[in-house]
Design a protein around this ligand. Structure first.
Ligand SMILES: NC(=O)c1ccc[n+]([C@@H]2O[C@H](COP(=O)([O-])OP(=O)(O)OC[C@H]3O[C@@H](n4cnc5c(N)ncnc54)[C@H](O)[C@@H]3O)[C@@H](O)[C@H]2O)c1
Length: 339
């Protein structure tokens, strides 16, 4: 492919990040069209060379469009992926692909059979610090990895309507961490044990979800990952990683708003962590888009594909099932439901 013409579906929080990244960093790549039922007139005026439409089907059908960026709410991903595959469009889709294991597996296969390149937005893999940690582990810097610890806490709740349509904390939020754990370990999970609480806001419980969770993953070689999630940390967006091995440990601490540290009689004062995902993971969104475009231009494999989407979704499903039943859930139990 010599040129990539892109259509962006869904111009919300994450859609705007990808839109801006492509416009500002990939001069040869064209965003031909944007579909969003809530698109606003000022955007249309600002980008007169882009076709804005409220009708997503009209945009997917445009013959000049090579690839879709699906940034719409989770519940619409699967239908849009299917429509895109049928029209021969390559696809970048935000996480999760779908809440149903069967549909995630089926779409992944459908894309493969149709020769469609499909990438999932597990952006954290492309954060420079996490990539460095991955490389160090692969190079044997800390020997055999025994425990991975991931802390992933949001600065505050998303709107309750978002929560209602998100698939719940495990599918919506912890799924990033499940993917990170697989990525860092380079191994598959065989068993999941999870607990969840509703302590941040009763409205979350009334919407049928939890806001706080602890998940243990057991990998095929017996090693562990421990993941803690909260929808609200009083001090901001808390994103830390620790990898413990037979020969040492790797830590990735929070990216802070400032590197200034104040020492005084009361203590040593650091700045707060960067506000939220838009800032903390800015580089990772850019890196993932670069890889998506590179794979299209140079006919390479996508770095995170349908099988990764399925694995992370299976882990999320097992975590929810473990929380509901109070027992550890084997991935093999869940894999059967994906068929
Ligand atoms: N990778 C990440 O770090 C990350 C961060 C946030 C959200 N997400 C994922 O991105 C997706 C969107 O989340 P968000 O926070 O941007 O949501 P959002 O509500 O801010 O934006 C969604 C946008 O899609 C539009 N939309 C709804 N239905 C549509 C349709 N059928 N066709 C076209 N547009 C449609 C809405 O009008 C809205 O503007 C979710 O699946 C979420 O899980 C990923």
């Amino acid at each position: 492919m010599k040129q990539v013409n892109i259509a962006l579906l869904g111009m919300g929080r994450i859609g705007k990040i990808h839109f801006k990244n492509i416009q500002q960093n990939f001069p040869g790549i064209k965003i031909l069209a944007v579909a969003d039922p809530l698109y606003n007139e000022s955007q249309k005026e600002m980008y007169s060379n882009i076709f804005f439409s409220e009708n997503v089907d009209e945009v997917i059908a445009l013959p000049e469009v090579d690839a879709l960026l699906i940034c719409t709410p989770t519940s619409s991903h699967a239908d849009l992926i299917e429509k895109g595959i049928k029209k021969g469009k390559h696809i970048f889709c935000e996480k999760p692909m779908d809440l149903s294991l069967e549909r995630t597996a089926a779409l992944s296969l459908m894309a493969e059979n149709a020769g469609i390149k499909l990438m999932l937005g597990f952006n954290r893999r492309f954060d420079p610090d996490f990539m460095q940690a991955y490389k160090s582990v692969r190079a044997g810097a800390i020997g055999d990895v025994q425990i991975v610890k991931i802390t992933s806490r949001d600065p505050g709740l998303p709107p309750i309507d978002y929560i209602k349509n998100s698939g719940g904390l495990f599918m919506d939020m912890a799924i990033h961490d499940f993917d990170m754990a697989r990525y860092i370990m380079n191994k598959e999970v065989v068993e999941v044990f999870a607990k969840g609480l509703n302590v941040v806001d009763k409205a979350v419980g009334q919407a049928g979800d939890i806001d706080t969770a602890l998940t243990t993953l057991i990998f095929e070689d017996g090693s562990y990952a421990v993941i803690d999630n909260s929808r609200k940390a009083a001090y901001g967006y808390d994103q830390r990683l620790e990898i413990f091995g037979s020969g040492g440990m790797i830590k990735v601490e929070n990216n802070l708003l400032s590197q200034n540290i104040l020492y005084d009689e009361k203590g040593i004062h650091y700045a707060l962590p960067m506000d939220f995902f838009m800032d903390r993971y800015a580089r990772s969104y850019l890196n993932e888009m670069e890889l998506f475009i590179d794979a299209l231009l140079n006919d390479k494999e996508m770095p995170v594909g349908g099988s990764d989407a399925l694995k992370a979704t299976q882990i999320a499903y097992a975590a929810k099932s473990s929380m509901e039943t109070g027992r550890p859930v084997k991935l093999s139990e869940v894999e059967m439901k994906s068929k």
